[in-house]
Design a protein around this ligand. Sequence first.
Ligand code: ATP
Ligand code: MG
Length: 227
Amino acid sequence: MIRLRGVTRCFELGGQRVMGLDAVDLDIAAGDYVAVMGPSGSGKSTLLNVLGLLDVPDAGEYWLKDEATSSLDEVRRAELRSRWIGFVFQSYHLIPRLTALENIELPMLLAGIEPAERRRRSAGLVERLGLGDRIAHRPAELSGGQRQRVAIARAMVMQPALLLADEPTGNLDSRSGGEVVGLLEELNRDGLTLVVVTHDPALGARAKRQLQMRDGLIVGDHPQAAG
Ligand SMILES: Nc1ncnc2c1ncn2[C@@H]1O[C@H](COP(=O)(O)OP(=O)(O)OP(=O)(O)O)[C@@H](O)[C@H]1O
Ligand SMILES: [Mg+2]
């Protein structure tokens, strides 16, 4: 599903060059469950942003579903994102003025999906993620765990093949964090490819494969017995 070769991303910071990604090679198969770990500043979010086509490498090539992405224009990148990729962020990134349900349906609205199909998909996810009575509320009226479940539903309505989660439990207590991870793992069991950045060793240990990053490099890549 994912192939990176020599992918490099550097930033200029106060006259200094920082290697966000330093010639990274990486393959991720469809259906895998990968935890990305490593110290702050090691390049985890940079990697996720590149995988999600939110950021463009300065060098190297990234194939997503066998399509070379480095020379694509933003329109085609947005198409691929919308077709294949869902995102979940530590701080949810929900739209405050919209209700939970409106947040969940927004990607489908933008993609021009018919109202009946929108309702069918959102109802299925609301049920599955246990959001039932909260969907008419705005994000500010929801708990962190509920907000993250809304964000997961929003990421899933376009039926992505790949879900990228950057510290999805970083703002949650351990119980809601555990629930959120349980949901992500359930989606992975149904075939979704899952890449999760985390600082939490217990969470990282649950993945099928664990990457360790340091200074823009992948310094460890270990299969793990599925939890
Ligand atoms: N937009 C940017 N401009 C300048 N430097 C950046 C930018 N984004 C990332 N960097 C730098 O690239 C390096 C990797 O950053 P990245 O955000 O990927 O780290 P991270 O592993 O996600 O860290 P954290 O665990 O703190 O989230 C850091 O040194 C960071 O300062
Ligand atoms: Mg980060």
